[in-house]
Write a protein that binds this ligand. Structure first.
Ligand code: FE2
Ligand code: FE2
Length: 169
């Protein structure tokens, strides 16, 4: 079914973007925020698992990947570098913002998949738990200062735009 294929493709691409973000933030954190290295490494390993899960499904079903895959990897990397250089709070504001957009998207997918594809529903459901944890960490550490609001909205709308575009590519 076309819609199911699109869901796996978009999620696969999104996880590639997430790997880019955390890899870049980790690079900066190793120099500037050594205390964040461990938690960022942990998150990166989650995103690698998520990516592998969707990769497996794509391969086993013969579904092509998103044409924007490389762009999301680079875009994610750029976003990771910029937010990390803006400061440790910006890292977490970025995480909170992305996961808020992602979870909104996953909720919609889950209600659709529940009726249409048990295997992918289970995969998305298992990933959702990790993303909720990431969102929590982001919320707790991001800080509520008004200074960060533009970052929050900018990242959230970029994420929504990337999801929308991935649906077309
Ligand atoms: Fe993920
Ligand atoms: Fe995540």
């Amino acid at each position: 079914m076309k819609e199911v294929e699109r869901i796996v493709r978009v999620d696969h691409a999104g996880e590639r973007g997430a790997i880019g973000i955390y890899s870049a933030q980790l690079l900066v954190a190793r120099v500037l925020y050594k205390d964040l290295v461990k938690v960022l490494e942990e998150m990166l390993s989650h995103e690698r698992e998520h990516y592998a899960t969707f990769n497996r499904i794509l391969k086993s079903r013969g579904i092509r990947h998103c044409y924007g895959l490389t762009v999301w990897a680079l875009g994610g990397w750029g976003l990771g570098i910029i937010t990390a250089l803006l400061g440790r709070n910006a890292i977490w504001v970025c995480t909170n913002s992305i996961e808020t957009a992602v979870l909104h998207h996953l909720h919609w997918q889950l209600s659709f998949l529940e009726l249409h594809d048990a295997e992918i529903h289970a995969a998305v459901l298992s990933i959702k738990q990790d993303e909720e944890e990431h969102q929590e960490v982001g919320k707790e550490n991001g800080g509520d200062s008004i200074v960060y609001k533009p970052i929050f909205w900018l990242v959230q709308w970029s994420t929504k735009f990337a999801i929308w575009l991935s649906n077309k590519l």
